[in-house]
Design a protein around this ligand. Structure first.
Ligand SMILES: Cc1cc2nc3c(=O)[nH]c(=O)nc-3n(C[C@H](O)[C@H](O)[C@H](O)COP(=O)(O)OP(=O)(O)OC[C@H]3O[C@@H](n4cnc5c(N)ncnc54)[C@H](O)[C@@H]3O)c2cc1C
Length: 355
């Protein structure tokens, strides 16, 4: 019998155990300091957006601002269809929404958790926080699946480098000098939606921008296309007697137009081309993240120190999967897909290493 310790009973750790248990002669222990798969419960607003459709590996990997190249090989071992097949085998049927996100048929992260844990026939879950790697010295291999917190010290103990963790997929706070944008109002832009919050901006587009800029130092500016100037020019020409603000309100929410236009009441007949061009984009001065939203961590164990089967290049007894690695993706199921695929690779790597 070979003994395997999986530290962390989140999506990555549990999926890794599920992949390993088909292999005979393995004793699998999952060390979880809290309740297993608790972190799955809030995903997808409680519905668990477990993955996202992509045509091929390259397309899927392009949704990860950190880890894209590393994931080529990981996804070639275990792609979306393999994940969906595996879930089907353990009784979790899935469907794809119009926006190409996948959910369990039950639309319930809770149900998914129950089914995943029920399928864990052979692994034993031990409620314990692992503080030091040497607590696990009797094990033949150790998988670190501790997510964004709780495992960096263990990786460091083995000699690994941690790329500084920073929040991603979250709202952004704006400088105090920014205009008083209308709280709760949604602005629809060509690139996506922006929600104005108490002290900043949020919504799908902002999550994506926060992810792309996760490693940037604050403060920074972001520019977002606001109104198509040709269309606005036409609208202004057609209604010379109307106020500029009225016409602009046909393109963006009136409450936003009232905040950003100095010339709201001016007649369209008197509006210059420059005044129209000023509305081509909106600029935000970002001072920090607001730590709200679907937060994932950008940063973690340096991928240069990990093989394509998620094995440590420093200590071959050690494997990694999920968010502990310096991999993070956009909203839409990409972060869980990293968990499933990297957990599969770690399981495959362990089998190769041990047998
Ligand atoms: C609100 C919210 C919604 C989200 N929605 C989605 C979504 O719909 N789709 C998507 O793809 N992603 C989503 N994500 C991201 C996704 O949940 C994470 O990427 C994923 O949970 C990471 O899984 P993991 O197993 O790597 O780590 P975690 O989920 O963080 O699990 C790690 C586990 O390890 C345990 N642990 C840590 N340290 C120790 C230790 N020393 N000893 C013992 N146990 C330890 C922790 O208690 C935890 O249970 C969401 C995230 C949030 C916060």
């Amino acid at each position: 019998m070979k003994k395997i310790a999986i530290v962390g009973g989140g999506p990555a750790g549990i999926y890794c155990a599920l992949q390993l248990q088909a292999c005979n002669n393995l004793e699998i222990h999952i060390f979880e300091k809290n309740t297993p798969l608790n972190t799955l419960l809030p995903t997808g607003g409680g519905r668990c957006n477990l993955t996202h459709f992509a045509q091929d590996i390259k397309e899927l990997a392009s949704n990860y601002p950190r880890g894209e190249k590393f994931l080529y090989s990981v996804f070639s071992n275990h792609f979306i269809c393999d994940t969906l097949d595996f879930f089907k085998k353990i009784g979790i049927k899935t469907y794809m929404q119009n926006d190409l996100r996948y959910f369990p048929i039950s639309n319930s992260a809770k149900d998914m958790r129950i089914k995943m844990l029920a399928a864990l026939a052979k692994a034993r879950i031990i409620k314990k926080k692992i503080k030091r790697l040497d607590e696990l010295k009797d094990y033949n291999t150790i998988v670190l699946a501790t997510g964004s917190k709780g495992g960096y010290n263990l990786a460091c103990e083995a000699g690994h480098t941690i790329i500084k963790p920073k929040p991603a997929l979250c709202g952004l706070k704006l400088s105090e000098n920014s205009p008083k944008y209308p709280q709760g109002v949604v602005l629809k832009t060509e690139q996506g939606e922006i929600l104005f919050t108490k002290d900043g901006i949020s919504g799908p587009l902002i999550y994506k921008i926060s992810s792309i800029n996760a490693r940037k130092d604050f403060p920074y500016e972001i520019e977002i296309p606001l109104i198509n100037h040709e269309k606005l020019f036409e609208a202004v020409k057609e209604s010379p007697k109307k106020s500029f603000g009225n016409v602009v309100s046909g393109f963006i929410p009136k409450s936003l137009a009232q905040v950003i236009l100095k010339n709201y009441g001016k007649k369209c007949a008197n509006i210059s081309k420059t005044e129209i061009l000023e509305l081509v984009k909106i600029t935000f001065n970002v001072v920090s993240t607001d730590n709200k939203g679907e937060i994932v961590t950008s940063g973690g164990v340096d991928l240069k120190e990990i093989t394509n089967l998620c094995q440590s290049k420093i200590n071959p007894k050690l494997f990694f999967c999920g968010e502990i690695m310096d991999i993070d993706g956009f909203c839409g199921g990409y972060n869980l897909q990293n968990c499933w695929s990297s957990a599969y690779c770690a399981a495959k790597g362990i089998r190769t290493y041990l047998f």
